[in-house]
Every structure is written in C-alpha cells, then in structure tokens.
Design a protein around this ligand. Sequence first.
Ligand code: PBG
Length: 347
Amino acid sequence: MLNSLRQYPQTRLRRTRLHPWARRLVREHTLTVNDFIWPLFIVKGEQQRQAITTMPGVYRLSIDVLVEEVKQAQALNIPAIALFPMIDQSLKDPQGSEALDPNNLLCNAIKALRAANLDIGIICDVALDPYTDHGHDGVIINNEVDNDATIEILCQQALIQAQAGCDIIAPSDMQDGRIGAIRQALDQHDLSNTMILSYAAKYCSNFYGPFREAVGSQANLSKKTQNPLLGSKASYQQDIANSEEALHEVALDLNEGADLIMVKPGMPYLDIITKIKQTFKVPTFAYQVSGEYSMLQNLSQQDGQDFQKLMLETLISFKRAGADGIFTYAAKEIASFLQTTNGNKIY
Ligand code: PBG
C-alpha cells in the first residue's frame, strides 16, 4: 500500500529534509526533560563526591551533596530521581540485614530530601544486592536464592523506604510474586498512594558491570562458589534470548498491582519495550543501564565524538520504541542541554 501511493520522481522524501525548520516540522518523536529519571549513588560521610572509575562523570555522593544535586535536578524540571546506596562492606551479611534498618544510608537520604521540601519524585530500588555479602538480590537457602523467603524481606524493605518518604517502590529483584506481596504490605500500612514500578522485564545482562562496581557488589558476586547457580543472577533474571516471556512477566506484575513497568537494560531490548507498550498500553520505562552509559562515554573519548549527540541518539530511540520515560545517568547533562537549546536544535 505504501508503495502504490508514492513513487519517485513525483515523490522525493529528501524534500522535507532539506531545511532544519522542515525537519523539525515533520519530526515524529520528541525528547523532553519530562522523559528523564536520574539514577544517583549515595555514600556515607560529608562532602563526598567519589568518582566511579568505570562510569566517567558519575559519582557516589554523600547525603549533603546529594541534596544539592537534587535541587539542581528540580531546577531543571527533572521529574524523578532513583537512589542507590553504596554500603560499607562491614555492614553486609548473608541476609542483607542493613536493608531493614530504618536509619540506613538510603532511608536517611530519603528523609534529608523530604526535609529539603523538594518537588521531585523519589524512586527506590527494592532488592538486597547492595546489602548482601554474596551480592545476590535475595537470601540464599539450600544453595539457591530462595524466592519466598526473599519476598518476605523485600516487603519489609519496601515498607521502611515508603515510610521514610519514598514515592515509588521499584522492585528490581526478579522474584516471582513480589509485586502482589509488596502491594499488600503497603496497603496494610496505609501506604496505598505509594506507587510500584516493577522491573518486570529485567534481563540477565552483561551491561550491569559498572553499576555493580558502583555499589560494591561485583567482587562479592564473583567470589568463587561451589554452586555455579550462584556465580550469576541467571536463576532469577530473565534469559536474554526470550521476548514472549517478558510479556508474561508484565502480565503477572500488572495483575499483582504494578503501576509502572520497566524494561532493563535499554538499548539491546528496544523490541521488548515496543511489544510491551503495544500489548498492555501502560506506562513503560526503559533503563539505560551503567554499561550502556559507559559504552557511550568510552566511544566519545576514544573517537572524539560528541557525547551529548551520541546520548541524544540513544534517548530518542527509546521514544521511538514507545517508552514513556528513561532512566539515564546522563539525565542532568541532557536536561541542561535541552534547556539551553530550547529543545529544538537537538540533531
Ligand atoms: C540490583 C540492580 C542492578 C541494577 C539496578 N538495580 C544490578 C543487578 O541486577 O545486578 C543495574 C543498573 C545499572 O547497571 O545501571 N538489583
């Protein structure tokens, strides 16, 4: 049908590409600051801004510095941030007990942001990997990450985060049934307005490496283990070769009460975003993960390419795929870029 309607030479698709104004006029997708969620790493102490060697331009921030950064994010109109704590190795144990201390680093960060009266959404990961000495997202029983025992802990973790003032609980642990259990726990504690963003389709990816360095779970995860099941997260994260399974994951999580859906990583899984969006028509987010960010930084450094242009090209690809929002470590940089160019001269 497309062919019979338009033919060369009557039709020349280059005509609408000639002038910048014409390109703007026929542009199908737009990227604005409203699309961004900015993930941030927290570390204890004061006046800390620790470089993460595998992620150029990304830092672990102490709470005082975090508050200042988030004020800037709010001034740029970034709608939400996502917080990830780097916990002292000495506080990690097999159960991830530190996750359940209402005065842990993450909860204190949430409270400090709330005290600063910021009008910005706060999203917190629910998973035990920053807190366990083995680096897994749950507890290990009989040489396996135990689904149901993990869920019980995750419910408590979600509760203390919501009680500290977190707006959106984001389970990234990939246990079965955790969304329903967390929803119930929140509702029973008068937290029915707290949203759940389910990392519904989270793949067992090799692109998480720099993040694991940032929160200090990589070395723990790769410690020699008797059980090959425990050397990676493959026994609970999704197989990278599957796409229909992602739709089942999303269906289950929506039935259990998820408000928002996440696909993770981003760039290698654009097809999954499109399928989910077309099938369920619910708010769907992409997480451009640490390895993707670092890949673009490295290309820009080695090749002399403009990082912002590389980044913009990848961010618009998420919009084309159908994502409603994007977690990106470049959120602040790109938000200020869009502001200076009035959102117009992006390509
Ligand atoms: C942990 C979690 C991970 C990321 C977000 N939450 C890593 C993992 O599953 O090992 C990765 C984010 C990134 O790579 O930027 N539950």
